[in-house]
Design a protein around this ligand. Structure first.
Ligand SMILES: Nc1ncnc2c1ncn2[C@@H]1O[C@H](COP(=O)(O)OP(=O)(O)O)[C@@H](O)[C@H]1O
Ligand SMILES: [Mg+2]
Length: 294
């Protein structure tokens, strides 16, 4: 394509080079917390989060998803979950299970149509409780917990990113997002709180016609790649814009599980594989993320 980044050579690879939040203690039950964020809503963050979680679980790992989107929890719908989680002692919460992964969401604890009009500090403390009081992984713990952050880069997102001891973050973008700078804001947010960005995922990158399979790059090609190069973070992969991805998400059986042989499911598995590569190569602070889980 003829487009080039604004200043490709001028931008140093700052985002990925930062250390992981140096002062937070790792959670005993969870080896790697991976935050999934975006500059705005509707870019496919939750869809990517659940499918990535399922793709990671397909490798044999123990995986959970924490829906941190207090204002629009969508993980229960996407995983077909309903009902209230058990609490054996009135304090700790047993995570719900779907398709071999664990899940917890504020959406499972409040009535479906309750509007989330919480103020920032309430929302943040509810989420840190969900994170720390959920019995993730039972006796064994989890290898990966995917945290679906609320969209945007406001105070709640900042506080969460500061409070959750993450191994790294994944930023989901769409081709339009690249154009409107929203993804850049998310990258900057993680930089501010010293969370290593493991990579970008370009969602809805190309449209695949469900009738004939014809592939079209509706918004141009290569935006994710250019942005990744500009910020010095890996592009973990590009996901197609496909009716089946939306339909399966709405139906409560994400595509990685409902159509594991599809090209889209393979694309999620490829992103998951790249994510693990990025996780292994990430800059580490003095804090050993996984050492307390034996
Ligand atoms: N790759 C994709 N192809 C088709 N539809 C998608 C894709 N990714 C997400 N969607 C749909 O777009 C909408 C927004 O996605 P969602 O994951 O809820 O975004 P976010 O969590 O960023 O707000 C949902 O209806 C979802 O099914
Ligand atoms: Mg969402």
């Amino acid at each position: 394509m003829s487009q080039t980044p604004d200043h490709p050579a001028a931008a140093p690879p700052r985002v990925a080079a930062r250390a992981v939040q140096p002062t937070l203690s790792p959670l005993p039950r969870i080896r790697n917390i991976i935050a999934v964020g975006s500059g705005k809503g509707g870019v496919g963050k939750s869809t990517t989060a659940v499918n990535l979680a399922l793709a990671l679980a397909a490798t044999g790992a123990r995986v959970g998803v924490l829906d941190a989107d207090v204002y629009g929890p969508s993980i229960p719908t996407m995983l077909g979950l309903s009902g209230k989680p058990d609490s054996p002692d009135g304090k700790s919460i047993v995570p719900m299970r779907a398709f071999g992964i664990e899940a917890m969401s504020i959406g499972l604890l409040v009535e479906q149509d309750t509007p989330m009009i919480w103020r920032g500090p309430m929302a943040t403390s509810a989420l840190t409780q969900l994170l720390t009081q959920t019995l993730w992984g039972g006796d064994d713990g989890l290898d990966y917990l995917i945290v679906d952050l609320p969209p945007g880069t406001g105070d709640i997102q900042l506080t969460l990113a500061q409070k959750i001891p993450v191994a790294g973050a994944v930023v989901v973008t769409t081709p339009q997002d690249v154009a409107t700078l929203d993804a850049r804001k998310a990258l900057k947010m993680f930089e501010k709180v010293e969370v290593a960005v493991l990579g970008l995922v370009e969602n809805m990158a190309q449209h695949v016609c469900s009738a004939c399979g014809h592939v079209e790059h509706l918004f141009g090609q290569g935006g994710g790649e250019r942005m990744a190069a500009q910020y010095g973070v890996p592009l973990l992969g590009s996901l197609p814009l496909e009716i089946a991805i939306r339909a399966q998400g709405d139906a409560g059986v994400p595509i990685v599980t409902s159509a594991p042989d599809s090209a889209a499911a393979q694309a999620y598995r490829d992103v998951a594989a790249q994510l693990l590569v990025a996780l292994a190569a990430r800059p580490r602070a003095a804090m050993p993320i996984a050492s307390s889980l034996v």
